[in-house]
Design a protein around this ligand. Structure first.
Ligand code: ZN
Length: 312
């Protein structure tokens, strides 16, 4: 039996969050500072429940543990991916993630974090932080020690539809007025480099300067996105990125088209419009998984989806 597995998101309140997850996606959010929707997650800090079907009420982590056949029997201690929608009303702190090797050694065997961002929407003059201006590790250390963060960080303009692959060791931050779909490795290890000198409950939030300096790559190198489009009758499939951890595509459905799943499983997030998957209605804000062996599927309607699977 190959049924579509729908998931219930988990929400996270953040000082920088807003209310667009309710206004634009219709989610029942916990408050007006909701920053993150963990849409497809088996992480212990936010483990999604299955909505409906034979696995209704089970956590995604439990399916991963006990029904590995749904995911093609692939190996791994934890479900490999985490998909979030992030509503940044205010700037997030400037951060960097370790790679698997560093996290394993310094974070109790945890995974590192490679992530990517698809910009769902943003203000007209929105910006993000990706990279830094230090030419060497020495210069990086000096700038950090002298507190010259504003000179250090690289701020670039961003627009709706942009896509960024963020490797471990890349200084990055989402700035206010941006709505993002993030696909990432299942990890929560973040080193905070700079928080614009802001106070939270009267105190600055903790920074992790030593670990940040350890993992930041010098000089910064941009990853150029290699976006390619495949035209179907009734749909366009745009490839966004492939790396060791995930493959991410964007699907624009205009009418409908048949596809064949060849990956061990596939995650889908409807980010615009409405339609159906094999006759089951879906709309903006729905997230679902097609399990292993699902094979041919039909998406119809007028909608945009971001889909991901494990890396190749
Ligand atoms: Zn990050």
């Amino acid at each position: 039996m190959h049924e579509v597995i729908f998931l219930e998101p988990v929400f996270k309140e953040m000082i920088w969050g807003g209310s667009r997850l309710s206004e634009e996606f219709g989610y029942d959010i916990p408050g007006d500072h909701t920053g993150e929707c963990w849409a497809v997650s088996a992480h212990k800090n936010g483990d999604c429940l299955v909505r409906g079907g034979s696995f209704s009420g089970k956590h995604l982590s439990e399916l991963w543990e006990k029904n590995r056949e749904l995911f093609g029997g692939i190996a791994g201690d934890v479900f490999p991916l985490l998909v979030k929608i992030i509503d940044a009303k205010e700037d997030l702190s400037i951060q960097v993630h370790p790679d698997d090797a560093y996290a394993k050694e310094h974070e109790n065997g945890s995974l590192g974090k490679t992530e990517c961002w698809y910009i769902l929407d943003c203000d007209k003059d929105a910006k993000i932080v990706i990279g830094h201006h230090a030419k060497s590790k020495e210069e990086l250390k000096q700038m950090i020690e002298e507190g010259r963060f504003e000179d250090l960080i690289r701020v670039i303009p961003v627009k709706k539809g942009d896509f960024f692959q963020i490797l471990p060791g890349t200084v990055h931050a989402i700035k206010g007025g941006t709505l993002i779909l993030e696909t990432q490795q299942n990890s929560d290890i973040t080193y905070r480099l700079y928080d614009y000198g802001r106070l939270s409950d009267g105190k600055p939030r903790e920074l992790h300067l030593e670990k940040s300096m350890d993992v930041i790559g010098c000089p910064h190198r941009d990853i150029s996105a290699d976006r390619t489009r495949e035209q179907f009758a009734g749909a366009v499939k745009e490839h966004l990125v492939s790396c060791a951890y995930y493959t991410v595509d964007r699907l624009l459905i205009n009418g409908g088209a048949d596809f064949v799943m060849e990956e061990p499983f596939c995650i889908f997030s409807v980010v615009q419009g409405a339609g159906s998957i094999d006759g089951t209605e879906v709309r903006k804000g729905d997230h679902f998984i097609l399990p292993a062996g699902y094979g041919k599927y039909c998406l119809s309607g007028e909608m945009e989806l971001i889909c991901s699977s494990v890396g190749k």
